[in-house]
Design a protein around this ligand. Structure first.
Ligand code: KG4
Ligand code: ZN
Length: 344
């Protein structure tokens, strides 16, 4: 079966073709980063309008790459939520119209289920059960993934997401949106121990996170430094490295703690912040030390993309679960949608 997947929940239009037999056939992406950069963040209305412009050309592109035509599509999967309502509606409308015209089913997919299962698109595929650290611009969660459709929440952020902590700290430092990659690049040459920043909830005894205090600490540090004059490049590098270190240490330690509690010794890292090199290095080293395994999605599929949406739909079909997964109702999109709601 060939599944067309459409992702349009935020600021990336992603389209992909996945075969239930042979995996990923083609994927194409358009990032709106350059368009939103002038505003320092995502402008929802602009995002929706741009998805409209991009989704059909991207669909043609993946069909061409896969050497297929519209008639070869057996189902159309789309991100039904969570995300920006208008942006989600673009993908949902296109998916439903296309499926209707081709007389094939539509498969609404939970965006986070897409991220959770995306490491399966790499060559080394994790066995169930595994612990997943889901770290994106909107979410920070530790999940116990028992099988397709069986997701147990172990812990989550009580305020800002890890990606938000990167983005907001970067914004305070005058770095361009999205701040995560920019801050990580600046941190490369910095001293990660130069500034003593808080590690919120590191010793809270549970698997929850809190990142909102970190941006306040960054602001206070910046104000103190600025009193002595404009920041030097070295100070900026050191501050970036210290911010990254604080975020990575909290995420890393809690993820390892979750692995210990789960007893599975397998960890999967998904979502945009999973592209962070320091986080990857830390978790690889820690999991090696405990004789466990760590899996990351291919770097290009860490951030939002259509492949993870088509793939999640393919996995549900293969597991015979399409009708068994609970959905809040039959509306086309669910801007707020808890992952626990789709668990069996
Ligand atoms: O999963 P994603 O593409 O979109 C959401 O569903 O939110 O994640 C985007 C987030 C942004 O906050 C971005 O700054 C962050 O992932 N990010 C990074 C890196 N690459 C992307 N954060 C830290 N280091 C990176 N290399
Ligand atoms: Zn995402």
């Amino acid at each position: 079966m060939n599944i067309l997947g459409i992702e349009s929940s935020c600021d990336e239009t992603g389209v992909a073709l996945v075969s239930t037999e042979s995996g990923l056939l083609a994927h194409a992406l358009h990032s709106q980063i350059a368009m939103h950069q002038a505003y320092g963040g995502v402008v929802p209305e602009l995002a929706s309008r741009d998805h409209i412009r991009r989704v059909l050309p991207l669909t043609r592109e993946v069909l061409r790459h896969a050497n297929l035509t519209l008639k070869d599509i057996d189902a159309v999967a789309y991100t039904a939520g969570p995300g920006l309502a208008g942006a989600l509606l673009v993908g949902a409308s296109v998916a439903r119209s296309l499926a209707w015209s081709l007389n094939v089913p539509t498969i609404p997919v939970h965006h986070l289920e897409g991220h959770l299962l995306s490491p399966m698109l790499a060559d080394a595929v994790p066995a169930f059960p595994y612990v997943a650290l889901l770290v994106s611009g909107g979410h920070t969660q530790l999940m116990n993934v028992k099988s397709i459709g069986e997701y147990e929440l172990l812990g989550e952020t009580l305020d800002d997401a890890a990606g938000e902590a990167f983005d907001k700290s970067a914004k305070l430092m005058g770095l361009p949106y999205p701040g995560g990659p920019a801050l990580a690049a600046l941190a490369e040459k910095g001293d990660p121990n130069a500034f003593d920043l808080p590690r919120p909830m590191m010793h809270s005894g549970d698997l929850d996170f809190s990142f909102s205090g970190l941006k306040t600490a960054v602001l206070t540090t910046l104000r103190k430094l600025e009193q002595q004059g404009p920041l030097t490049e070295k100070q900026r590098q050191d501050l970036a490295a210290s911010v990254q270190n604080a975020i990575v240490e909290v995420l890393g330690r809690k993820a390892i703690k979750a692995v210990t509690a789960s007893g599975s010794n397998r960890l999967v890292v998904a979502g945009g912040v999973g592209a962070n090199r320091q986080l990857r290095a830390y978790l690889t080293q820690q999991m090696q030390r405990r004789g466990g395994e760590v899996f990351f999605p291919p770097l290009a599929l860490c951030t939002d993309n259509g492949a993870m949406i088509a793939h999640a739909a393919a996995e549900r079909i293969k597991a015979g679960l399409l009708d068994k997964i609970r959905r809040p109702n039959e509306a086309a999109v669910h801007p707020r949608w808890d992952l626990a709601d789709i668990s069996l």
